[in-house]
Design a protein. Sequence first.
Length: 355
Amino acid sequence: MKRQRKPRKSRSPQRPRPGSPTARGFSRPHADDLDSLVCRDEDLKHGPDVVKFRYATYVSEHLLGRSKLARFEKALQQGPLGSIPEIDHWAMEEFFWHGVPNDPWHPMEAYLEFVGDRLSQAGQEQLRRWKEARIGFYEIGPVQGNTMVLREWDPASRSPIGQSFRAITLGIGSVDIFRGDKGKLLLTYVSPWLPDENVYCSMGYALMPGKDEVGVTELLLGLRHPEVVTQPLPWKTSPKARRDCLKTWKARDWLSWLEERMEFPFRALIPFPPRGKIKEYPVTGLVRTDADHVKNFGVYVQVPVKGGIQAVGLTNVIPLDVCSPNWLALMEYGAYREEVGPPPGVRGQPRFVNL
């Protein structure tokens, strides 16, 4: 996957967990420091950002939590989202709120067991709201007191959806840092916080892509399906698996294989010339050729553009839905091309052709 210019990170990042790449200056807590990680009712009222830090520190440094987080991060890195920059940071966020798919051990329940009766039953139920956190794009509205107005934004329609709501934030600097950001986007996790008051909680770690530069950051919405994005790509599981895949790939009739698996139309990112800036386009079908043409020139798809249709080499196409059959099919073809190189007939030739 080609790297896109990175959108600016929110000025309200999560408080980093000790031992993480962003945690310079922090150290792993000793057993006699564990009481400093306890959450009480007054902390939920006055310092939920500090509560996140305590919670994240406890579950990521707890022996069982640390090992589960490490395995979860590795699974994400080997899966469909593995090439996204800083996927390990997003892995932490997903782990904090939802744990590991199909694992009865949940980090939030482990933390609440550690806290025990030092947090009231009502406080425990409020903290459990963080288990409902959901990643999404949100359009920033005005800041009002200690909350800001958010509204979900849909990258496919490029417009707001649903109703606006008020939210606190767990980021450093609270909502004040967003006073000049009305109309901009925030990609982050959001959960209920005070349902009776219709107040939600922005979980802190975030990106702020421009509305015209969402690009590959949309792929992070795949975290809504952790059971899918933590499945390792078959050729990444071991050197032997990669060799076995390569043997299969070399004998495969790629055009027929792709026709059986792909669904059209679909939205994709494509770096069209002359500048190669990655933008979203619809992909409407495969270009019909024969086996000899595929062997010499590769596989192409049809992409409607201003002025007609262009044939685009399949390795230049990034589907935006990582849960679709198109994603795995294109990633497999891309991995094959990485191993064997470009087809002989296209070396030194344009990657985009008018039909």
